[in-house]
Design a protein around this ligand. Structure first.
Ligand SMILES: Nc1ncnc2c1ncn2[C@@H]1O[C@H](COP(=O)(O)OP(=O)(O)O)[C@@H](O)[C@H]1O
Ligand SMILES: [Mg+2]
Length: 223
């Protein structure tokens, strides 16, 4: 479960060009929800997603499964990330020169808990249907295949949460449907899914829609 209380994010704090990107955010996300975060460009969606993924700092309170994130050291935070969280960043954020297998392996290099690393990579690739592409360089793949690699990389540590930033933003509508279907399948296997999206059709398929405008939550609807 996610609980966020009075959370603020200020970039370049104290500087002339500081940005108050998130303003007093309060929200709750239950286990196994699918959540859409919507809003115009610059609203603060990615900022919120990065904070929820524990890759960015903030002021205020954030509890992930009752763990007070602001009280964790960097090393504890990174352990938490590798045990609970899978992240799909905007525009895939893959290493083009690496093979599919090598990209999906990257979160495991510093993971001491997972012993069968190769097996974990192959299981993740099978879940996303791209095991046969394991030896291909990422630069040779289509957009949809790249997104499957990014999702495999998020899955490889068997996370409880997946945070995806515009996962269909650069895909055609058919490929986009396939990717969303895959994320929903992962949800039906118990993973809480948070998706930033501009696509209202996708948002309307989610249990929970959060709309942000200028760093404020202006709608928070659970169905
Ligand atoms: N690293 C950063 N440094 C300074 N300002 C930033 C940074 N990242 C985002 N911002 C600003 O914070 C606001 C919210 O950005 P972002 O969360 O990326 O919005 P969205 O994902 O909704 O398009 C914008 O005004 C953006 O310019
Ligand atoms: Mg964004």
């Amino acid at each position: 479960m996610i609980e966020i209380k009075n959370l603020n994010k200020i970039y370049l704090k104290g500087k002339k060009n500081m940005v108050h990107a998130l303003n007093n955010i309060n929200l709750k996300i239950d286990d196994r929800e699918t959540v859409a975060i919507i809003g115009e460009s610059g609203a603060g969606k990615s900022t919120l997603l990065h904070i929820m993924s524990c890759i960015d700092n903030f002021d205020g309170e954030y509890y992930l499964d009752n763990i007070d994130i602001n009280k964790l050291s960097e090393s504890k935070k990174s352990k938490l990330r590798s045990s609970k969280i899978g992240i799909v960043l905007q525009d895939f954020a893959l290493i083009d020169d690496f093979t599919v297998f090598e990209n999906v392996m990257t979160p495991l290099y510093f993971n001491k808990k997972i012993k069968d690393k190769k097996g974990s990579v192959m299981r993740a690739l099978k879940k996303t249907g791209i095991a046969s592409l394991k030896s291909k360089k990422v630069s040779q793949l289509s957009g949809g295949q790249k997104q499957r690699v990014a999702i495999s990389r998020a899955l490889v540590t068997s996370p409880e949460y997946i945070f995806a930033d515009e996962p269909t933003g650069s895909l055609d509508s058919k490929t986009s449907d396939e990717i969303i279907k895959m994320l929903f399948e992962l949800n039906s296997n118990g993973i809480t899914i948070v998706i930033v999206t501009h696509n209202l059709e996708i948002a309307n398929q989610c249990h929970h829609i959060i709309e942000i405008k200028d760093g404020n939550i202006i709608k928070d609807i659970c169905s």
